[in-house]
Design a binder for this molecule. Structure first.
Ligand code: FAD
Length: 281
């Protein structure tokens, strides 16, 4: 299968995890992704660790590093300084995000900072006039937890496109129709940028429950039951990989322009998904 693909990793939570992550990145890189993205803790909590990880990708692989950046709680000057720092490390691709406000923050207060939405952040980066920068944004096939209606999610994606986003990466989801119907509504509303589906192979019940909790996605009951019934961790992994492979096949058949795989800082599972996708169905 020749569809483009990419991976997401997160910066190591402890310094002692760094060596293992570097090995994972090198293994992911050998598969030939278009880019590897590195998440960023809202409010700058992972700033140095994210930058170190992006530098590692730039200096030790042939793959383009893509930096997630969040603007929540930041001033324009702080955002510009952050972008300068990433550009100085030769990072040319960004995923412009608002980020989640701190837990318990009053939505009416000024916690959002000067740059209040992802669309404003795209605009701030584009104001530099550097046409070589590639800017991606997030999209939510099943709606952002704060959205008021499905059409508002598409309106917000249109605003990101108008601000200069080149492509979108979606929140994870578990049914191909979630993505495909969002794609067709987005196209009908005038979204022309590529929308890459974000796919997370979920290989344990505890991880599935955690993911559903933090993203607000609906629990996929079939996957939950299959993981619950798996007699061992190895069986659960087989279940998760098979579900992701089937999802990817349906997405590609439905016209997805590529696949963005959430690697969870492990190379084996996402590489297994790609290997199975390359086998005849
Ligand atoms: P926005 O596009 O600004 O919008 C978020 C929501 O706010 C909208 O859906 C809407 O409900 C509301 N909203 C925005 N603008 C308006 C407006 N003008 N009027 C009314 N309502 C509005 N978070 C991190 O902290 N670090 C990461 O690395 C990270 N990576 C992510 C990667 C992907 C692919 C995805 C899908 C999400 C990621 N997130 C990350 C989570 C993301 O930061 C949160 O979901 C955040 O709440 C929204 O970010 P956004 O960029 O979509 O924001």
């Amino acid at each position: 299968m020749t569809i483009p693909f990419s991976f997401e990793v997160y910066p190591p939570r402890k310094p002692e995890h760094q060596a293992a992550l570097h090995e994972t990145i090198q293994k992911l890189a050998t598969a030939g992704p278009d880019f590897i993205t590195v998440t960023y803790g809202a409010n700058g909590s992972s700033r140095d660790a994210s930058l170190d990880c992006l530098r590692f990708i730039r200096e030790h692989t042939d793959v383009a590093p893509l930096a997630h950046v969040t603007c929540v709680g930041s001033t324009r000057d702080e955002m510009n300084a952050l972008i300068d720092e990433f550009l100085a490390a030769d990072i040319r691709m960004f995923l412009a995000l608002r980020g989640d406000p701190p837990e318990g923050a009053d939505p009416q207060s000024d916690y959002l900072g000067d740059v209040k939405t992802a669309a404003e952040l795209v605009h701030l980066i584009r104001e530099r006039g550097d046409n070589d920068l590639s800017i991606a944004v997030a999209a939510f096939p099943n709606g952002h937890p704060m959205s008021t209606s499905p059409s508002s999610d598409i309106d917000i994606l249109l605003a990101k496109q108008a601000a200069g986003a080149e492509f979108a990466i979606t929140q994870l989801f578990f049914n191909a129709t979630d993505y495909l119907s969002f794609l067709s509504s987005a196209r009908a509303a005038g979204v022309t940028i590529p929308i890459l589906p974000g796919i997370m192979p979920v290989t344990s019940l505890s991880r599935l429950r955690h993911i559903v909790e933090i993203t607000g996605e609906r629990m996929p009951r079939d996957l939950e039951a299959a993981l619950e019934a798996a007699p061992s961790p190895a069986h659960a992994r087989t279940v998760g990989v098979a579900q992701a492979v089937e999802l990817c096949r349906q997405l590609v058949a439905g016209g997805a322009p590529g696949l963005h795989l959430y690697a969870f800082n492990e190379h084996e599972t996402v590489l297994e998904v790609l290997a199975q996708l390359n086998e005849p169905a």
